[in-house]
Design a protein around this ligand. Structure first.
Ligand code: F6R
Length: 245
């Protein structure tokens, strides 16, 4: 696991977006795994700027998002599909035929999860998986538990996740369940970039980087990935023993 400590969210967004843009430049039909939430928003802005400046085209990429709330259709403003449309896809030339999402409204969850896994494999696997981390150490919606998950599945969200994400919901009503890629899916990505900034992430960052590898902090598994880079700022790094990376 490589750790990069930078001074600001802006610097992190420049560093992470450059890696993604370079990947697309080298391989225009790259397969990219995207995350939602606050952490990647600035990075998406930098990618949009690069697109607007003619530096990159997203028309040939294939995308897989990490997760989606159960019960929310694409048109719902709180769905993660809507988020991606609003924060990246709708502002670039992404081809929606190559956009993949777990469906929060499917009637057949097992099939939905199996098809998603098959689709990732058929696409040749994920070249870069972008991640945030929950305050409880979750990645995707793999909440702390007794064992690491494998493929996509339906999860009951932890109370801390519901509380943390209620800031996005006007009525505060966060769905209790979501579909998420499993840890096995995330670990298969060829390259992983995780962004963790701000004071609320200090404990998760400490456990993820310096703690033991345990499903009680799902992000700690990234210590075992051959090409995972964690981007942190001074605030989220506050509890780390080691500060020179
Ligand atoms: C989002 C996701 C989550 C978030 C995490 C951090 O698709 O899978 O794991 O990355 O909850 O959220 P933010 O970035 O809002 O702090």
């Amino acid at each position: 696991m490589k750790v990069v400590l930078l001074n600001s969210t802006y610097e992190i967004s420049k560093a992470v977006s450059s890696i993604i843009i370079e990947q697309i430049t080298q391989k225009p039909d790259s397969v990219l795994g995207f995350a939602t939430g606050s952490s990647p928003v600035e990075t998406y802005k930098r990618i949009i700027e690069a697109y607007e400046n003619g530096e990159v085209s997203l028309k040939d990429i294939t995308t897989f998002n990490l997760d989606e709330y159960c019960g929310l259709p694409h048109e719902n403003e709180n769905s993660y599909y809507y988020f991606m449309k609003d924060n990246l896809f709708g502002k670039t030339d992404v081809d929606y035929n190559k956009v993949h999402f777990l469906s929060g409204t499917t009637g057949d969850i097992d099939k939905e999860c199996q098809v998603y896994r098959d689709d990732i494999e058929k696409a040749g696997g994920i070249d870069i998986q972008l991640l945030g981390v929950g305050t409880n150490g979750h990645i995707g919606f793999n909440e702390p538990s007794e064992s690491f998950t494998d493929g996509p599945f339906k999860v009951k969200l932890a109370e801390s996740t519901i509380k943390a994400n209620s800031r996005f919901f006007e009525d505060g009503q966060v769905p209790e369940y979501a579909l998420t890629m499993g840890i096995g899916d995330i670990m298969k990505a060829k390259k992983i970039l995780l962004i963790a900034t701000g004071a609320s992430k200090t404990h998760a960052v400490k456990q993820m980087i310096e703690g033991e590898v345990t499903p009680h902090c799902p992000a700690s598994i990234l210590q075992n990935h051959p090409d995972a880079t964690i981007f942190i700022d001074n605030e989220s790094a506050a509890l780390l023993d080691k500060k020179n990376f």
